[in-house]
Design a protein around this ligand. Structure first.
Ligand SMILES: NC(=O)c1ccc[n+]([C@@H]2O[C@H](COP(=O)([O-])OP(=O)(O)OC[C@H]3O[C@@H](n4cnc5c(N)ncnc54)[C@H](OP(=O)(O)O)[C@@H]3O)[C@@H](O)[C@H]2O)c1
Length: 294
């Protein structure tokens, strides 16, 4: 009998994923700093505390917890919080799972396409490529490395280097979809690897239900879109004015500081590896947005 524990399961992806597992008859526990429901369990990462009941009968851990990467300017403290909420939290999960001798079949972690760095180029990055050397790639390296310790518990490890998750319930799309008009930003040439939340949830589900599933996968749709094209398609689908003039990069740099690099730069990321395992419901942006805005 499978049972899943989702850290950060109260967020955009976790909520959708919980519904999926419950619809498949797979029970779900959720780790949260503010438990609000019967299947929610408290943890405090700084104090290294966790409600042990969260791990009772758990066969798979899905690690989604993390301070929002694009939610606040990257001050020194925020940078530390972004890393600690992903890495110290994984360490805490490991120490409790080890202490309680949990028989874990799988540990599945979110990661980001930021692994390949904030760079605009025509290169298509695959899972075999080396990470970049900037802050965001360092976050992803540390995040992914933290998952490796679960091998010691006999678990298989899966990692999803996730693109921009498209959902009607929040996330990047809500921020881009301003009321009157939409506008490209900076050069507009930066690529925006994206994925429909349903495809992403299919992947997480598969990592639990398929016994031979493991490894690192880029969780992005096969279609590559630049910021200019993305904005044009979004505007068309929402009958909104598409500004012919991009918002200058300097405005983003002033507003967001260093964080602006992940908005102003981006390369293509390959979906070839995950396509061998998963049949996408939404391969192109038009189909994804049509489904979201229907
Ligand atoms: N959404 C995307 O476009 C996207 C793209 C690439 C990667 N990802 C990654 O996928 C994971 C899930 O994404 P999501 O969109 O579902 O995120 P989300 O909506 O922001 O939810 C993340 C959850 O993490 C917990 N959390 C937030 N700050 C924390 C902190 N300082 N310490 C510990 N826990 C904290 C929160 O749960 P509680 O408040 O209940 O504790 C929150 O509900 C994240 O790690 C994210 O970086 C997301």
């Amino acid at each position: 009998m499978k049972k899943v524990l989702i850290s950060g399961g109260t967020g955009l992806i976790g909520k959708e994923l919980s519904k999926r597992f419950l619809s498949l008859g797979i029970p779900v526990n959720i780790l949260s700093r503010n438990p609000r429901a019967e299947n929610h369990y408290f943890w405090d990462i700084d104090k290294k505390l966790m409600d042990e009941k969260a791990l009772e009968g758990v066969t798979h851990i899905i690690h989604l917890a993390g301070a929002g990467i694009a939610d606040k300017r990257w001050s020194k403290e925020r940078k530390q919080e972004i890393i600690a909420s992903r890495v110290d939290s994984a360490d805490l999960l490991f120490s409790y799972a080890q202490k309680l001798q949990v028989k874990l079949s799988g540990f599945i972690s979110a990661s980001g396409i930021g692994y390949y760095g904030a760079t605009t180029s025509e290169k298509i990055y695959t899972e075999e490529d080396n990470p970049a050397k900037d802050y965001i790639s360092n976050v992803c390296i540390a995040w992914e490395n933290a998952s490796k310790q679960f091998e010691k518990l006999g678990a298989t490890i899966s990692v999803f280097r996730t693109g921009i998750v498209l959902s009607k319930k929040g996330g990047a799309l809500q921020k881009m979809n301003t009321p009157v008009f939409v506008a490209p930003i900076g050069s507009g040439k930066q690529y925006m690897p994206w994925i429909h939340i349903n495809d992403l949830c299919d992947m997480y589900t598969m990592s639990v239900t398929e016994s031979n599933f493991s490894g690192i996968y880029n969780a992005v749709a096969p279609e590559h879109q630049t910021n200019t094209n993305f904005t044009a398609i979004l505007g068309k689908m929402q009958n909104k004015l598409v500004s012919p003039v991009a918002i200058p990069a300097t405005i983003f740099k002033l507003a967001f500081g260093e964080l602006s690099c992940i908005l102003l730069d981006g390369s293509r990321v390959s979906a070839t590896k995950i396509c061998k395992k998963h049949q996408f419901k939404h391969r192109d942006l038009q189909s994804a947005l049509a489904n979201i805005f229907k």
